[in-house]
Design a protein around this ligand. Sequence first.
Ligand code: AKB
Length: 319
Amino acid sequence: MSGDFGKILVTGSYGQIGSELTPRLRELYGKENVIASGRKVPSVDRGPFEILDVNNIKRLDEVVVEHDVEVIIHLAALLSASGEKNPNLAWHVNIDGLYNVLEVAKNRKLKRVFNPSSIAVFGPETPRDKTPQETVMKPRTMYGVTKVTGELLGDYYNHKWGVDVRGIRFPGIISNVAPPGGGTTDYAVEIFYEAIQNGQYTCFLRADSTLPMMYMPDCLKGVVQLLETDLSRLKHHTDFNMSAISFSPAELVVEIRRHMPEFKVEYKPDFRQAIADSWPKSIDDSIARKEWGWKPDYDLKAMVGDMLKVLGSRLRKTE
Ligand code: AKB
């Protein structure tokens, strides 16, 4: 499939995943073929960009027509912690925005839509270890509710109108490019900045809060792999479980201390603890492995080593 996507529009292109996925897609499919978009003009111009609020369907449609877009990677969304602070806005952006994307994709007969889901679709009644693909989905957060709804909506557009919607249930994503932004798994990014800059960190989750996580290079690899998979191989579409590493804050600290023995941590759980407690500890991703060949490259040791190396050298340069 690579190369014959035509033009790709990325919404929310300056968020956590978009900041790295947009340049990766440009590398793979050509700078001019990937249109970044967001609500504000970016500080650095790295390729085609459009101001776009996904809640404005008229503007979305105009951008799709103007650029002859064939694929939408829809990343504009509020995450779990921000969603709990403003549930109305989370519904409006995550669901009304997605609905607009799906309507435009249906009406303009686009080739493909990628809409990320999350481990937040699960809730306290879901088995927490090796959470299966098909299981109880009764989330307690508005973010989780929007992600379950998004999966169902995507599948509906697929079955009813043949729109090729695909999605992955992302675990916490760890990136050394974009700063954390409103998620419950953000501690696993913040901790690296604090370790390097201050030698200490106050964690907003308990030491034993094990959650599924993934390093950004694996996330990018997975998105591209799923995008490029021939439709005939897929039995699932919008809801792939995808797993890489599971660890608790305490286990992450042990690994960071191998590089920085003096690193100090204290734990002061806040409202995000209840969210973490309602999510799985580990994920069974055998369906993604079978249907599109998913396999992660980074374990905890490799991720921590790379984060400290890349982030350390960048932060030292800006000091
Ligand atoms: C969050 O913490 O809200 C996200 C997610 C797991 O979807 N990182």
